[in-house]
Design a protein around this ligand. Sequence first.
Ligand code: ACO
Ligand code: ZN
Length: 305
Amino acid sequence: KNIATQDPNRCPAVIRFGYLKVPTWFSAQFPQEPDAEKLIFCEYCLQYTQCKSVMESHMRKCNWTKPPGTEIYRNGSLSVYEVDGNIDKIYCDTLCRIGKLFLNDKTVEYGVEKFRFYIMTKNDGFGNHLVGYFSKKKQRQGNFNVSCIIVMPQYQRKGYGRLLIEFSKRKLHEPTNLSSCLNKYHVLLIFSGYLLSIVEKQPGTPETPLTVLGQKSYNSYWKSVILEYLAKYTSCDPIHIKDIIRTTGLMEQDIINTLNSLNFFVEVFKKTTICIDWNVVDAHMQSKKLSERVQIEREKLNWTP
Ligand code: ACO
Ligand code: ZN
């Protein structure tokens, strides 16, 4: 069942993005073309206009084929770029406004300088097409590790949202330079299959409130992280939530809610105990094997430009 919603009075109602016509879901302000019913974007540099001929002439001149910033991940035709909101201000500002077209949230922050943007693209012979992005505050506040996450509608429901969530847990952009960061990942990878928790030692969670779609995506992501943790659990010792936190990098409350939704809590002699239904774990691992969704390949995280 599709749970996405749309505001019938939104503006612009539709955008042209590259060669695709994409109906929007909610309104957003585009200062250079206020109140335009329809906007046409250069899918690479994100310049926009309501006038077809203006865009045609832009496309003849524009030499962008990918987002600005640094490519920090590549696997086959998929890339992730890290873009500093303070450097590529106009690009990031427009990106946020495009994101707002799919966010039923009136309080989207446009102060892009304080954020880094991680932009996922699907690459073909013509260029690197925008799949989606997430933003992170440069100054981490509390346990929040993601401010906003968006997948363009034409790429939704294929697993890219989950991929962005998984990617967002990496400790991206530390004060050290990028190549030494990547080396660190590489070394850590050799020591452990559990990249996420070790790279991001501090457990993290997205900024709230989540949208209905955001909540659904996170619930489903947390469920699979925990079930996959359990599938690898071979010890006979009792399972403690703090071990799950340490290994997965999820927050305690998110783990508790997920175990609860899986009905893994039972009352034994008036004490709440984790009791795992291993059939649920096995069924999850089986369906993951058959799934055609895109998966992040951890060994590709040490990709160097
Ligand atoms: N209706 C019902 N279920 C859906 C829908 C939909 N329209 N879209 C995704 N889902 C489900 C998927 O079935 C999947 O669940 P499952 O694993 O149980 O099968 C789960 O959500 C994740 O699916 P993905 O394919 O990985 O996610 P997707 O690429 O579609 O992206 C996202 C998810 C980013 C939330 C996307 O829907 C989106 O951009 N929505 C608009 C913006 C938004 O609400 N962002 C989240 C804001 S909250 C925050 O940023 C912290
Ligand atoms: Zn352009």
